[in-house]
Write a protein that binds this ligand. Structure first.
Ligand code: 2P0
Length: 333
């Protein structure tokens, strides 16, 4: 049976009581996956092929305010204070998400969304964006939903958004049901105070191939893709164990290996897909040299050219010396 996004929204919201308010504001943090989501078993519902595990970046993300437009004739969507046009894919995706929550066809909204990270530069602004929008829409419609339901609704906007419903370490369970009602994220609750993530923004331009297109292309054309879910399965076990035992080497090595395997899979598609720029490779080589020199630092990379470093506070001074423009984020306060 084929399910549409609206069917799932109906399943979740159908029985809810609505207590609409005029305006609601919500925020959500960006998340960086240590075991990546790459490939869907259902592209309509954003159901993944594999489980993934991420960590949230506190203070980096999206703040979204939704205001009910009285007597409006269409939705208005502002991104970083700019009114987006109906022809833009950003506008379309936001309006499609509003449709999930709209009770009457005449319900229109103004959405003001502000990102504190570069949009579409591989820093996962769509994850925090759809997580914040989901919270704001549930708020403005006055529906009370449990955490799993909110995570599912966020996933319908963008897969990785289901992980941005929580802070800290988060695991997205792929689920097995066709309707995806068992595919949502759960927080791990472990705290790792000395863990740091360093963001190296090498190129903040909008990427040519979106993650959505990139993962579909990889699944369709890369014969190496068959190996990916097996690697992800192994990595997620190792990562959960590393988080529980606070084994940094295990966490870093598993995350870096996972990112490299994802990128190798993309490169094996045809036409090839490569998100790196020469500077990305230069950073990787510096990281490998640092490790040879005895500095425990690892990296991960998403669907973009920017590199994120993983290290602990005791080597922060070395990392800042080697990468003078690194932005260091304390993951747990
Ligand atoms: C991740 N990425 O796990 C992986 C690693 C990018 C590389 O999740 O089509 O924007 O909206 O479900 O969530 C980016 O994919 O894709 C992503 P859709 P999404 O963080």
């Amino acid at each position: 049976m084929t399910f549409f996004r609206t069917d799932i929204a109906q399943k979740i919201l159908g029985g809810c009581e609505y207590r609409p308010v005029e305006r609601f504001e919500a925020s959500a943090s960006v998340n960086i996956a240590l075991c990546k989501y790459w490939g869907k078993r259902d592209s309509q519902l954003n159901l993944p092929v594999n489980d993934s595990l991420s960590v949230a970046l506190p203070g980096k993300g999206t703040r979204t305010r939704v205001t009910r437009l009285l007597g409006g004739t269409k939705d208005e969507v502002f991104l970083n204070e700019r009114l987006t046009q109906e022809t833009e894919s950003f506008y379309r995706r936001v309006v499609d998400h509003l449709d999930l929550f709209r009770r009457d066809a005449g319900d229109y909204f103004r959405v003001d969304t502000v990102n504190s990270v570069a949009t579409a530069a591989g820093l996962a602004s769509s994850a925090s964006g759809f997580a914040a929008l989901t919270r704001a829409m549930a708020g403005v419609q006055g529906v009370s939903l449990d955490d799993d339901a909110l995570s599912i609704l966020a996933r319908l906007g963008s897969g990785s958004a289901c992980r941005s419903m929580y802070d800290g370490f988060v695991r997205w369970y792929k689920g097995g049901r066709e309707d995806g009602m068992d595919s949502f994220a759960k927080p791990l609750r472990n705290v790792w105070r000395c863990l740091r993530l360093g963001v190296l923004t090498l190129n903040a331009a909008v990427k040519k191939t979106s993650s959505r297109e990139g993962m579909a292309h990889t699944v369709e054309t890369a014969s190496l893709y068959n190996a990916w879910p097996l690697q992800a399965e192994r990595d997620i076990v190792a990562l959960e164990q590393a988080v529980t035992t606070q084994n940094f080497e295990q966490l870093g090595a598993t995350a870096e290996h996972n990112a490299m395997a994802m990128h190798a899979t993309m490169m094996a598609s045809w036409p090839p897909l490569l998100y790196w720029v020469p500077e990305s490779v230069a950073v990787m080589q510096k990281v490998w040299q640092l490790r040879e020199d005895g500095v425990p630092v690892y990296f991960t990379m998403d669907a973009g050219p920017n590199v994120k470093l993983l290290f602990e506070s005791r080597v922060e001074h070395v990392i800042r010396q080697v990468f003078s423009d690194v932005e260091v984020i304390q993951l747990f306060s």
